[in-house]
Ligand binder design. Sequence first.
Ligand SMILES: [Zn+2]
Length: 274
Amino acid sequence: MPELPDIVVLVASMNEALPGKEISNISVHQSKVLNRPITTFRKEMLGRTFRSFSQRGKWVISELDTGSMLAFNLGMGGELRLHWPPMVPDPKRERVVFSFNDGSQLWVHFWWFGHVHLLKSGELSSHPQIGTLGIEPLSDKFTEEKLVEMFEGKRGRIKSYLLDQRFIAGIGNVYIQDILWHAKLHPNRQAKTLLVEDVKRLHHAIQHVLREGIKQGPGPGEQDVWGNRGQWGKQPGWPQIAYRTGKSCPTCQTLIDEIRVGSTTSFLCPRCQV
Ligand SMILES: [Zn+2]
């Protein structure tokens, strides 16, 4: 599932490729991905142009020339890809296809579940998922003090908080691995045992790993709107710990371990992370 860095990379490519393209046709092959009836959706979208794209949590938010917004959530294994003739979409695979007046098409593929939600201006904050998203970890509001405050009174496992989209938006089970390693925190560590220094280290690790992810991105299995893939696993040092079971910890050479934490897998250095 794409996480914040992957969405930032995708959005940057969409901002280069798509603004100004006029939607001349729409094919919907799976109506449940929409939040409106197909006829209403088509009527609202035909003739519209994409103005710009932005990232919010794991969502791509596009602004249309009418001021309405189209919010995409790719779920697991989803893709947003720009194609040109003679490529022809497979209706069984592509859930929604936007055709543009220049002949190109935006193919929306979801493997597991995904959303293409049309929102009128002002409806973003009341959207059941987008409206409840937590703080953006690369925003100015996300300071060390803010994170200390957010963990006050919290008792559960830190990994559960970091993956909770209502707590912090955009982190998933890929980037969290290196975040916890950089922070020297065990994924099972209880929030109530965190000292201020731990939270400050965690804050730094979150921003460092997400920024590095954007620079190297997108992450494993992800691609931008043209289909370009990132540097994940192609060069030493990226990632440091995720999916590297049995390799050495870059800091202490202890073998990287893999454990279950709740319903998720965690990769960790059993010596560095406490
Ligand atoms: Zn180590």
